[in-house]
Design a protein around this ligand. Structure first.
Ligand code: ADP
Length: 739
């Protein structure tokens, strides 16, 4: 694989090559409740640690293993974390440990670390585990003094281990930690919930049933809220938003209204910790009895329980955890005596470092605010992303009565273009409903620009998009036809229907659908072709999620020497205990180095050492039900786009007409680093490679070195973006910018 440009002398960028872990020992442990993706984090810490020349240790069974020592603390090897990426739970074990809460327990733990020269600790767990870690660090010098006084360690040991560096990663399915948009495990838990909801939907539909679904979240309503958004639930109960008194009547009224709109089923989602405004818990059974009593609907309760912790981690969690693991090692390498313990977290698509104690304190403040019934405050403290979920849910779940809806007298059309992608229907549903709520008359265009010029356009109502969130493909229909040749006819259609704004939804890529099942086979290399046109995002990010050995993409040119070195790399790998290989090739990465060519090259060169299988994923990548991430993302991005359209229409409305001739009236909405940004399409012209239909700069290219490092390649890695310790309040985008 071609490497990145090597660092030059005048360069101010910071590169991994200049950081070394030689002589350092890093220990990694998982603690508290398990979460899918913890293994990916452990794997990344181990491999990155070894890559930079450090010694890495596993601590089995969480803090218990650290207190007990012995065989619980064991040196890790590169191979020991092979095949871990796709496994749920935590392979190195987790536990709750009473002893670590005591001074004596922590003293024993300190001795075990000093005896092995471990002064870098990577803790993966919830806020409890991280609080414990912070305490341990604060006590460290005191603990060493005590050990020395007791004669258990000598002065040399005390001085050479005098600094303990700690970095935390939040593993928790509840997403209950302040300072990060997502915690490791949350997305996988959402997958489990949505699988169950999708399964229930078909049976509920057949029998016109109401389902009350209880999901985890004793203190945090994130899982419930996002599941409700992702499946278009009728009602959701979360601890942060107790319903007003008299909610029983409003809920029943809404359920029966929804049935009147021809909805054959109702879904109500309740977080474990849901309460009313008097702090009384609202249980699934209570809701069921209420619905049966008031409405006589056939109602069933499903409690998901530990299913939510189970199963394989999603692609999102694997990538998140891998990025965090690498970042954690960097943080440890750069830590000094004065750096406080930190957590690595995700804001937008950026990995950042935050002081651990600030995050823990903020998380505790949320609970305090809830205890004091300051619910608005609690929601605000949870951060922009949570607030945004809540406001989007409120906007979409409840159709205002006609008298509450303003009449904007604008007609807005929605259409899909390009290849169908999971999440498109969720986006259309959201756009239509938000548009109606804002008082517009909404129109749907079928079959993209082709349908548009042919006049396939008609009004679309609130009820028409019911149940669309969970559907794959594009229900409006989409074509790749470009509008250029038919602009006159399109303009005519816009005149006929008096369309004042157009929302175009297309060009999404989904990252969750690449799966591979290579484990169990011996000495085999899988060569997989992925879609994406000239865009190597799916291949690269899929490669990171699946632990690929090589990923060929158009954006990073490669030649025969790269192919040769990749084959040699795999031949070497087969000599170790890991005897599987995975190679991804983006469909348009190179005209001549086709998937068949690469397959044949690897087969020939690997003869006698490994054999090859090839697989072209093709349209399977666009099929299937959309993931929770795509549903949620589609929903929120479209709601935001529609709100922007309303504002822009109002701003450009003069004398009964809309004047939309400035550049700012045609924008693309997308995620840029930490926030959602509307960018004028005219500016995009300079940033776009039209021939290959990709942006000239792709943010995710920065993730490629990670994949290479984790696959044991020496590579250059620009780490200038990381390193700054930030503060919780500063990193948060405003609710209006968050997604
Ligand atoms: P989580 O990390 O998932 O929030 P817990 O709160 O149960 O889970 O914490 C896991 C473990 O972390 C505890 O069993 C204990 O060993 C340690 N721990 C938690 N809080 C503290 C604390 N205040 N001081 C020391 N250790 C703690």
């Amino acid at each position: 694989m071609a490497g990145m440009a090597p660092p030059t002398r005048q360069d101010t960028r910071k590169f991994i090559e200049n950081l070394t872990g030689t002589g350092k020992s890093i220990a990694v442990l998982t603690s508290g409740g398990d979460a899918q993706g913890m293994n990916a984090a452990v794997r990344a810490v181990v491999r990155m640690g070894i890559y930079v020349g450090a010694k890495v240790y596993f601590i089995h069974e969480g803090y218990q293993g650290m207190v007990d020592g012995g065989a619980n603390i064991k040196e890790a090897t590169w191979e020991s974390v092979s095949s871990m990426l796709q496994v749920g739970g935590t392979v190195i074990g987790s536990a709750r440990c009473k002893e670590f809460r005591t001074h004596e327990g922590r003293l024993k733990a300190a001795l075990n670390l000093v005896q092995r020269g471990i002064t870098n600790l990577c803790v993966i767990g919830g806020d409890g585990s991280l609080t414990g870690a912070n305490l341990f660090r604060e006590e460290w010098s005191g603990l060493l003094e005590e050990l020395q006084q007791q004669g258990l360690i000598d002065e040399v040991a005390a001085s050479s281990n005098s600094e303990l560096h700690i970095v935390g990663m939040v593993g928790s399915i509840d997403n209950d930690f302040c300072g990060t948009d997502m915690t490791i495990g949350t997305d996988s838990a959402l997958h489990r919930i949505i699988e169950v909801v999708d399964a229930i939907m078909t049976t509920a539909q057949s029998h016109q049933r109401t389902f009350v679904l209880e999901v985890m979240g004793r203190h945090c309503g994130y899982l419930a809220l996002v599941s409700a958004l992702a499946c278009g639930a009728d009602w959701v109960f979360i601890p942060e938003m107790p319903p007003e008194d008299g909610w029983e009547d409003s809920m029943c009224q809404k359920l029966s209204e929804n049935r009147d709109y021809k909805k054959r089923l109702n879904i109500i989602i309740v977080a474990e910790g849901a309460i009313d405004s008097h702090n009384k818990s609202i249980t699934a059974d209570y809701i069921k009895d209420l619905v049966v009593r008031c409405l006589g609907f056939d109602t069933r309760v499903t409690i998901l329980g530990h299913v939510q912790r189970g199963g394989t981690p999603s692609a999102f969690d694997r990538i998140l955890a891998s990025r965090m693991g690498v970042e954690a090692v960097l943080a440890l390498l750069e830590a000094s005596a004065n750096t406080p313990a930190c957590v690595v977290s995700l804001v937008g698509n950026q990995a950042v470092r935050l002081p651990l104690m600030e995050c823990v304190q903020m998380t505790q403040e949320v609970q305090k605010a809830m205890d004091e019934k300051k619910f608005d405050e609690a929601v605000r403290l949870r951060g922009g992303s949570f607030e945004n979920n809540l406001s989007t849910y409120r906007l979409l779940s409840y159709r205002k009565s006609d008298s509450e809806i303003p009449n904007s007298s604008f007609n807005v059309a929605v259409m899909n273009v390009g290849a169908p992608a999971a999440g498109m229907n969720a986006a259309v549903r959201s756009a239509v409903r938000v548009g109606i709520t804002e008082g517009h008359k909404m129109f749907a265009v079928n079959d993209g620009f082709e349908g548009f010029y042919k006049g396939q356009i008609k009004e679309i109502k609130w009820g028409d998009v019911g149940g669309w969130t969970g559907q794959g493909g594009s229900l409006l229909g989409t074509k790749r036809t470009l509008p250029a040749k038919h602009l006159d006819k399109i303009a005519e259609q816009m005149r006929i229907h008096n369309i004042t704004a157009l929302l175009v939804i297309g060009g999404f890529e989904t990252c969750d659908r690449i799966k591979q099942s290579a484990s169990g086979t011996k000495r085999r290399v899988f060569i997989i072709e992925t879609m994406g046109g000239y865009c190597g995002y799916l291949a690269s990010v899929g490669g990171l999620a699946a632990g690929a050995d090589a990923v060929y993409i158009y954006e990073e040119p490669f030649d025969i020497r790269d192919l040769q070195s990749n084959v040699e790399h795999l031949t070497q790998k087969m000599k170790t205990s890991i005897q599987r290989g995975l190679v991804l090739r983006n469909e348009s990465c190179n005209e001549n180095f086709t998937t068949d060519f690469i397959y044949q090259l690897y087969s020939e060169e690997g003869r006698g050492v490994f054999d090859c299988r090839k697989n072209v994923l093709g349209h399977m990548q666009q099929g299937g039900a959309p993931s929770p991430f795509d549903r949620n993302f589609g929903t929120k991005i479209a709601a935001k786009a529609m709100q922007w359209i309303t504002k822009t229409l109002k701003d450009s409305y003069k004398g009964g007409k809309v004047f939309a001739n400035s550049e700012e009236t045609a924008c693309l909405l997308g995620m840029r680093r930490r926030a959602m940004v509307f960018q004028p399409v005219s500016q995009l012209r300079d940033e776009t490679d039209f021939v290959h239909r990709i942006p000239k700069e792709q943010w995710w290219l920065k993730l490629r070195p990670l994949m290479k490092i984790l696959a044991k390649y020496k590579t250059s890695y620009d780490v200038s973006d990381s390193g700054q310790l930030e503060h919780v309040s500063r990193v948060r985008p405003k609710a209006t910018d968050a997604i």
